[in-house]
Design a protein around this ligand. Structure first.
Ligand SMILES: [Ca+2]
Ligand SMILES: [Ca+2]
Length: 69
């Protein structure tokens, strides 16, 4: 890396928020706030849901399979 290369300097201790960096950081097909539901604001540090949302309840699925037999 060239010594003159500087990435993004926002301020001391502040990095560019994933929800405003123009990249689909968590690869869910949606990029940045407000398109990505994981972003609570454009300043949200991550695109991942916070807290993570359980997609399917394991116990619920087990109940369905049991009802099927
Ligand atoms: Ca992003
Ligand atoms: Ca995303």
């Amino acid at each position: 890396m060239a010594s003159g290369d500087i990435l993004v300097t926002v301020g001391p201790g502040v990095s560019l928020a994933q929800c405003s960096d123009g990249t689909d950081n968590d690869a869910d097909g949606m990029t940045d706030y407000p398109a990505d539901p994981g972003c609570q604001s454009a300043q949200d540090a991550t695109e991942s849901p916070n807290p993570a949302l359980p997609a399917v309840h394991p116990t619920f699925k087990k109940d369905c399979e049991r009802a099927d037999t």
